[in-house]
Design a protein around this ligand. Structure first.
Ligand SMILES: C[S@@+](CC[C@H](N)C(=O)[O-])C[C@H]1O[C@@H](n2cnc3c(N)ncnc32)[C@H](O)[C@@H]1O
Length: 322
């Protein structure tokens, strides 16, 4: 397929000429690092001496840790309920932005490092142009992606080629078909991002800017009521529960929406639906403050309409099933 940003060619557009080394630690911004270091008492209490592995600057790794490879310091940083660090455009952003719903691979990598150990397997059943898969390759995890639309898989493959990153396994299909056939209890972490809710009022009321947005392109399916959209996602996440190992996590990116003169807390609607209709237990609602978002003025001077610069990341766990 022809790529729009063809100002690049294979030989000169790699961000780094050498293959990237896998980064196994979290790159903690200096301010947060200071805060964590000033108050590390709880980290030491939680890790008695006999279990401590000294990782130098990274802090202490607890030998009992069976979730991830993080030290106490890194774990503390990643347990913040608001993600404020910046993830600048990276890894062929211009190519990936044709999608419109792409997520920063480095943010995905930080989440993957928080919920898996090196070598474990991540699944993204709604992979788009592969933020999750690229993030997994960056931190030496395996990953599997499923996507309905071949165009997005092709872009993911092109990015791997241009960036010298390992191309991971993809399926071009409806994820429900793949999940029904997949092995049970085989996946260590599911990280995904839900398709946009195409509501009919959106087309009538959204601004010209919004109407031209790429977001309308990445789902492609027809108009749905909110309930139909939620029911469809609940069916997908119920199938996800089957393929995930016990005590492992599911993380879902989801944005709230102001449409049709009304604010829709889609994150809460979806969190409640998954909690009520699947065995998953809700563990956290992280807020990702996307510093790259521009501010727009929608309602001034008559009405207050928020400029959406955040997304939610819902964290669920599959509790042990006998
Ligand atoms: C929000 S996007 C994911 C973006 C992704 N996080 C990235 O970084 O590129 C959701 C994707 O799910 C895909 N999709 C929607 N329904 C699907 C289904 N039933 N099976 C597989 N993919 C589906 C859409 O085509 C869309 O690309």
């Amino acid at each position: 397929m022809p790529y729009k940003n063809s100002n690049q060619n294979n030989s000169n557009n790699k961000l780094f000429n050498l293959a990237r080394p896998a980064k196994l630690d979290i790159d903690i911004p200096e301010n947060d690092n200071k805060k964590i270091e000033n108050n590390n008492a709880d980290q030491l209490e939680r890790t008695p001496k006999i279990y401590r592995k000294d990782m130098g600057q990274r802090g202490f790794y607890d030998k009992r840790n069976n979730l991830n490879d993080l030290t106490g310091k890194e774990w503390k940083f990643m347990s913040k309920s608001v993600i404020t660090r910046s993830y600048p455009p990276d890894l062929q952003h211009n190519l990936r932005k044709q999608h419109g719903g792409q997520k920063p691979p480095l943010l995905c990598a930080d989440l993957i490092k928080t919920f898996t150990k090196k070598g474990e397997t991540v699944l993204d059943p709604l992979m788009g142009v592969g933020g999750t898969l690229l993030g997994a390759a960056l931190c030496d995890r395996n990953a599997i992606g499923i996507e309905l639309n071949k165009q997005w898989i092709d872009i993911y493959k092109k990015v791997c080629e241009l960036e010298d990153l390992k191309e991971l396994k993809t399926f071009e299909d409806d994820c429900k078909n793949v999940l029904k056939k997949a092995s049970k209890n085989s996946i260590d972490f599911i990280l995904t991002d839900v398709p946009y809710w195409n509501m009919d009022k959106v087309e009538k009321t959204r601004s010209k800017v919004a109407a031209k947005s790429n977001l309308s392109r990445f789902n492609g399916s027809g108009i749905q009521t909110k309930q139909e959209w939620i029911d469809d996602l609940v069916e997908i996440f119920d199938l996800c529960h089957g393929v995930l190992k016990n005590k492992k996590y599911l993380a879902i990116f989801i944005g709230d929406m102001y449409r049709g003169k009304e604010y829709h807390i889609l994150s809460a609607d979806l969190a409640n639906a998954i909690s009520n209709k699947t065995p998953f237990i809700l563990k956290a609602n992280l807020v990702w403050y996307d510093v790259s978002k521009n501010l727009h003025v929608y309602g001034q001077p008559h009405a207050y309409i928020p400029s959406m610069i955040h997304q939610n990341i819902l964290i669920f766990r599959k509790e042990e099933q006998l």
